[in-house]
Design a binder for this molecule. Sequence first.
Ligand SMILES: O=C(O)CCC(=O)C(=O)O
Length: 284
Amino acid sequence: MADAEERLLTAEQVAQFKSDGFLIVRGFYDLAREVEPIQRDIHRIIGILIARHGLPITHAPFTPTTFDFGYQELIAHDRRLGGVVYDAVKQIPAFVRLVVNEKHDRVMAQIRGTDLPAVAAGGYGIRIDNPHEEKFRANWHQDYPSQFRSMDGLVFWSPLVPLTEEIGPLQIAVGSHRDGIAPVHMHDPQNKEKTGAYALRLQDEAERIARYPHVSPLLQPGDLAILDFLNLHASGHNRSTRSRWSMQIRYFNFREPTGQRIEWAGSFAAGKNIREIHPELIAD
Ligand SMILES: O=C(O)CCC(=O)C(=O)O
């Protein structure tokens, strides 16, 4: 267990996480020290691509609220460049520093009572949910089947832009972690463009998610949602004109027995197959 001086969460917050399967912590990250350096480098990367591709726009100077200036024009010019930005931004040093932020170890120690937390390799990145795109929108899912590592892992989810109803906040099914792992179909027949983890569909999805109340918290940059690997959640629908930028960082627990049994194997991002590691989770 975490020593008193290491505790970041109150006992009430830990109890709320255990009951709901998620927890919102406002102002968890320091905006100037931890968040803005990431936004600043994203702005610079977009600037490089605008210049390289000769886009007819003047790249406005950086501000934390407009760090993604020019990104909509960039993907309108060539959607492939959105993928270039997506792959680039997870390699920003300030982001990688945030991934291994010691506060995450302390939250793991408090919530999971572990002295041996781990960073899920390939389990961190910055999502860019573009307006009106379906291909990379996450269906209702639990993170465990698409990440593995350990069953009691945590997702640290934090937006880089203010969330509004229009931008499609994350949807969370309250208390859904308590019913254990849900079987999945490996294909999404309604969205054939989806592949890999994006194509997973819960068995009896509509009936299953109707069992729980849903919330879509309107978080601000610096705020954090901590999600249990068994919590059911989904991307909202972005009906705005701005991309929804958000950070996902995943930790797991070396002490958890299922993780030890699967030897902490990863899932899709690690090139593994659910069929190899957990065939019983496949509904097809
Ligand atoms: O941000 C989203 O829309 C989905 C993120 C997600 O599903 C996750 O972090 O596991």
